[in-house]
Design a protein around this ligand. Structure first.
Ligand SMILES: C[S@@+](CC[C@H](N)C(=O)[O-])C[C@H]1O[C@@H](n2cnc3c(N)ncnc32)[C@H](O)[C@@H]1O
Length: 257
């Protein structure tokens, strides 16, 4: 049975409000449900109720939503988990990311490729790079993320299995991203406006890409009262459009290449 120890993360829920905290023996949590000494939790299992607080082991989603410090718009879990799936990431994959931002999507990519995988991520703004680095150091389970504080202008190392772009003008760097990935590799993008989608499609139509798809993910949550099951009154109506494409060489390579 896994028990709560000094330095570990806990998710504290009080009447639906969630707090992600790291246990420090000499500190306490002060919330509307009263004070909770972290030393009281040490040695106890996760999944317990103490006073008015429910204590859980944080999920990956909890860490993204309540742990990472946000200094930019982030890719939310409803998209990032699907992105990792669509990029076909698995243990040992190598993935390129342009636009680290706060590192929320980087965190999911890191988790998807596992300890033998590699995430190489570019962020041009120093303050965002610093914040993302801190988030990655605090929360990533494995040392598999390589952060670059520079504008992405291309990559000369080993080709990537997949790539993801979250920048305002992806069409400006698409050819460089395409050069950095293996033939047939999936390339994903997230874009907040339809105008951007239209602009990126113009680039994708030129050549060198195939199997292009545009989609969005809507998530409607439900109230959990058994006698009155119905959607919650409010929902997040829009986060971004997802564009997926794949590297395609129109001139066929000689057989075996
Ligand atoms: C919306 S944020 C990315 C958020 C990130 N995906 C997350 O989940 O936290 C976009 C970031 O891309 C960075 N950026 C824009 N163009 C870039 C480029 N050409 N090279 C590297 N970083 C770039 C911006 O500075 C900004 O921090």
């Amino acid at each position: 049975m896994k028990t709560i120890e000094d330095g570990q993360l806990v998710l504290i829920i009080w009447r639906g409000r969630r707090y992600l905290k790291r246990i420090a023996l000499d500190q306490s949590f002060h919330g509307k449900g009263g004070m909770l000494r972290y030393s009281e939790l040490v040695g106890k299992p996760y999944g317990i109720r103490i006073n008015e607080y429910d204590i859980f082991e944080p999920t990956i989603e909890d860490i993204v939503m309540y742990g990472l410090k946000r200094e930019t718009q982030i890719v939310f879990p409803k998209e990032s988990f699907y992105i990792a799936f669509r990029l076909s990431l698995k243990k040992g994959s190598r993935v390129l990311e342009v636009g680290t931002g706060s590192g929320a999507n980087t965190f999911i990519l890191s988790h998807a490729v596992g300890p033998e995988g590699r995430v190489v991520s570019y962020e041009q703004e120093e303050r965002h790079f610093r914040n993302a680095k801190r988030n990655i150091e605090r929360f990533c389970e494995w040392d598999n993320v390589e952060l670059h504080n520079e504008e992405f202008t291309g990559y000369n190392g080993e080709e990537f299995d997949a790539a993801f772009i979250d920048v305002r003008e992806p069409w400006a760097i698409l050819d460089k991203v395409r050069d950095a990935v293996k033939r047939s590799a999936p390339i994903g993008m997230i874009l907040p406006t339809a105008n951007q989608v239209s602009d990126v499609l113009k680039t994708l139509e030129e050549n060198g890409y195939g199997d292009t798809e545009v989609l969005e993910i809507l998530m409607r949550k439900y109230k959990t009262v058994s006698e009155r099951v119905r959607p919650t009154d409010r929902m997040i109506a829009h986060t971004g459009y997802l564009v997926f494409t794949r590297k395609l060489d129109i001139t066929s390579p000689s057989s075996g290449a």
